[in-house]
Ligand binder design. Sequence first.
Ligand code: 13P
Length: 252
Amino acid sequence: MPKRFIVGNWKMHKTISQAEVLIRDILALYKPNPAVELAVAPPYVALQAVAHLLAPTPIGLAAQNVCAKDEGAFTGEVSPFMLKDLGCQYVIIGHSERRHLFGENDQIIHEKIHAALHHGLHPIFCIGERLEERESGQTHSVIQHQLETGLFGLKSQDLSLITIAYEPVWAIGTGRAASTEQATEVHTAIRSFITAHWEMNAGAIRILYGGSVTAENAQSLFQSPEINGALVGKACLNSESFVKIAEIAALD
Ligand code: 13P
């Protein structure tokens, strides 16, 4: 089983000074444990300050988005090369808020995954169905389509650098997390899809669950061998709950 991975997606929260306070609080509470890997994804503007504080620690740094282009006339965008230069190891790609609020389609997400890999950034590739899709029995076809388009053309060695995050849209920010059974069922389907399309050990791929993860429900989620960690939103903005989730992930 891959090492558990806990990523805090700060979304559009925290100024630079607030980000520094949160990181200092996390560092004061968190005792690094080799059984779990931790990363934070602050907003672009706080990346440099956070990179500086995390440099002597084992905690990883992720960006929340990236442009697929290297450089040029792309106002408002940030390239993979720039994120590498800032010290990011990871980048979240295809988050449902990017897909649904900012119009990112499967093709854009596909290009971003390729660009990130090309520059040595590890994508955290988010997929997930909407409530109406789940209720009409389309969860598996939606997930499969997102995987097919996002991962198209990748080789097995590329895939081994990717973390997949299953984030059902209906569970994000609603306080209504998927049950361990619901998440396990989709994670199993994701692994079967990978086994069917690539010659590799799909068991080695990290598949995180995201959507209303808290210190209260983390233990139940991590009991499933299919759930290799969490992409945490709201609960990562509080040092105590974020560190608690990391500690639960470090337990057997
Ligand atoms: P919440 O944990 O706030 O539901 O957010 C989940 C998420 O979108 C993480 O990327």
